[in-house]
Design a binder for this molecule. Structure first.
Ligand SMILES: NC(=O)c1ccc[n+]([C@@H]2O[C@H](COP(=O)([O-])OP(=O)(O)OC[C@H]3O[C@@H](n4cnc5c(N)ncnc54)[C@H](O)[C@@H]3O)[C@@H](O)[C@H]2O)c1
Length: 351
């Protein structure tokens, strides 16, 4: 028997949604929109006839377009999902807002702070929402990490260290920092409830396209906490691991683990200072306790994300990544660019 909530969802007017960009990531968004009863997938758009034909066959009721302008004229959606390369995010988002749609745009929200600011201004003027696809913040693993930190179970954090490397897909219009760092930046700002306040970036370019393919970012948050990110498209093995080192316990997030993605170690050090004058008199106590892995909600991040976005569109309270969150990430990416140009110097970020 259907519960009251399911009946309410069935009876509510569906949100008419369209996806533009049906390459690698767009089909995942289309699949999740279709699976969610709160949406009706009304249109699909891609410049490539081949991709349009392939996806159109899966959702034959959705109208297909090779031009977003034609789609806005004939089948205007209430939610436009933009899953094209970053160079077209601003133009498509602005066109969607002009056509009175709310917009869920891929990360990074645009190619510069100035572009994102224009997008946010137009959204405010048109009374529409911009959401950014910071997919990780909707996953069970990241929500579990936030719960542990919020509950104080890690104590005060010493530092964070993240490795996101593999033989990556070389992107046509962005470097490894703009491609991969948004995942770490959005995750860390979400779980720490703090923005990045400065960055130092070092990178290498080993390809003829001229984009960095290996990078090391050193971040400082408003709280003073420091984090280090290692990003690479050139690693022969795939690693997706973040260490949160704390005074009470430490947490390791390994996104490649099938089920135990988050492990909390009751391991650590404490210091007994017997003579402050002579720092040699510091005793280091090592603690090696148990490890436990909290149960993780296995719901696909995109499914949770679309559910939350539907609630936000209906004006209900929702835990979503907003345009402002997208702007914060682009601010840090832009600061990385400045740091790289200045040989890795520290660049402060002011909001
Ligand atoms: N959230 C995530 O976890 C995640 C994962 C992968 C990619 N992404 C993001 O998704 C976006 C797309 O990445 P991708 O790897 O799918 O790229 P892709 O190159 O595989 O696909 C992009 C598609 O957009 C189409 N396109 C480009 N400009 C268009 C336009 N103006 N109108 C209509 N169609 C257009 C192309 O024909 C192509 O089919 C990027 O911003 C990327 O950062 C996010």
């Amino acid at each position: 028997m259907a519960c009251a909530n399911e009946i309410a969802v069935k009876n509510a007017k569906k949100i008419r949604a369209a996806v533009v960009g049906l390459g690698y990531w767009g089909p995942n968004l289309a699949r999740n929109l279709h699976a969610n009863q709160e949406y009706e997938l009304v249109a699909l758009c891609d410049q490539s006839e081949d991709r349009l034909k392939k996806l159109g066959a899966l959702y034959p009721w959705a109208k297909t377009y090779t031009s977003a302008d034609a789609m806005f004229k004939e089948t205007p959606p209430e939610l436009l999902v933009v899953a094209t390369p970053v160079g077209s995010h601003k133009a498509l988002t602005m066109a969607g807002l002009e056509a009175s749609a709310h917009v869920l745009c891929e990360k990074p929200l645009a190619g510069s702070v100035a572009e994102v600011s224009e997008m946010l201004e137009l959204a405010a003027k048109r009374d529409r929402r911009i959401f950014v696809d910071h997919t990780f913040i909707y996953t069970g693993a990241v929500r579990a990490i936030k719960k542990e930190i919020d509950a104080g179970r890690l104590g005060d954090l010493f530092y964070i260290d993240s490795v996101r490397i593999n033989l990556g897909l070389f992107q046509p219009d962005v470097d490894v920092i703009w491609d991969l760092a948004p995942h770490d930046l959005s995750t860390l700002e979400y779980v720490l409830k703090s923005r990045v306040s400065s960055v130092q970036a070092i990178a290498q370019c080993n390809n003829p396209r001229g984009f960095s393919d290996v990078a090391y970012l050193h971040l400082e948050f408003e709280t003073g906490l420091q984090a280090h990110l290692h990003l690479s498209w050139l690693s022969p093995v795939k690693v997706r691991r973040t260490i949160f080192s704390g005074t009470k316990s430490s947490l390791i997030f390994d996104d490649l683990e099938a089920s135990e993605k988050v492990k909390i170690y009751d391991h650590g050090v404490s210091f007994d200072v017997t003579d402050l004058e002579q720092r040699k008199q510091v005793l280091v106590n090592y603690r090696r306790g148990d490890m436990h892995a909290p149960a993780i909600n296995a719901t696909e991040g995109l499914a949770t994300e679309l559910r939350e976005i539907a609630a936000a569109i209906r004006g209900e309270r929702a835990d979503v990544a907003t345009g402002e969150d997208g702007l914060a990430v682009v601010r840090t990416l832009e600061a990385c660019k400045q740091s790289l140009a200045a040989g890795g110097t520290k660049v402060k970020i002011s909001s």
